[in-house]
Every structure is written in C-alpha cells, then in structure tokens.
Design a protein around this ligand. Structure first.
Ligand SMILES: [Zn+2]
Length: 151
C-alpha cells in the first residue's frame, strides 16, 4: 500500500478492524520510510487463491494450514498468537491483492520467512529448516550464518 505522504511502497499494519458492513476492513498503516500513518479501506475479495505446489499440483490456499505451520515454528517461543495471526492476515491480504490467482508455494514460504525473521530468529530457522528441507547440518549452518551476517 503506497504511502500518500512520501509514495513509499511498503507499509506495516498497525491496526485493523472490520467496517460496519463486515465485507471490508479499515487498516491503520505506517509508512516504513517516513513513519507517518494513514488509513486504508480494503474490500475483501472472496476469489479463491490457488497454491501451486512443488510437484506442480494445485491446492486452494488454506489459511489455517499456514497458521498451524507458524504455531509449530513458534512453539515455546515468545511470539503471541496475535502476532502470528497478523502475519497470516498480511500474507493472505497480499495474496488476495495479487492479480494472479495462482501462487507458487515457494512464494508463500518466502513471505512467512521474511516475517518470522523479524519476529523471532529461532522460529525463523525452524520454519526455514522444515520449509527448505535442509538436507544436512552444513546447509543449516550456512543459513544460520547468513542470518547472523545480516545483523
Ligand atoms: Zn511515507
């Protein structure tokens, strides 16, 4: 969602609540560039999103599956359910706003990892290890090192 003040394309959602009609949602967003806040009014689209799996098979997007994956990754970590739900909301919203109704599962995985990385590193590495199916400890270590170098 483009910032109306500086035009920057990335913003974070600071609050969201359904509008009275229930079919749309108001979101309070903050520009990641200038940190000014603005409100967006988003209409929920009900078209299904289709996920293309690695083997080429298709499956309709399942929000609860995504949330469950996050819960597993965040087990015993200081990440609230609310935070996880917000990440899922955000990903779902992005997918709904895509013109393309078919999204590769890899793209969704990357979106989750991007967010987990900022929230909890252990959860991120857990998710990434399941998701990228690290074959051995060296792949795992190189991913961990990459993460540490980014700091
Ligand atoms: Zn801005």
């Amino acid at each position: 969602m483009k910032c109306p003040f500086c035009g920057y394309l990335d913003s974070k959602v600071v609050d969201s609540r359904p509008a009275e009609d229930g079919a749309s949602i108001r979101r309070r967003r903050e520009s990641l560039a200038c940190h000014k806040r603005f409100t967006t009014f988003e209409v929920m689209e009900t078209l299904p999103v289709v996920v293309i799996k690695k083997d080429g098979s298709r499956q309709s997007f399942d929000r609860s599956k995504l949330l469950n994956g996050m819960i597993r990754a965040c087990e015993k970590r200081p990440v609230s359910f609310d935070t996880m739900e917000k990440m899922v909301d955000e990903i779902e919203q992005i997918l709904q706003n895509e013109m393309n109704r078919e999204v590769p599962s890899a793209q969704i995985g990357e979106m989750v990892m991007d967010r987990l990385k900022d929230v909890d590193e252990v959860a991120y590495v857990r998710f990434a290890s399941v998701y990228r199916q690290f074959k051995d400890i060296s792949t795992f270590m190189s991913e961990l090192n990459k993460l540490l170098q980014e700091k």
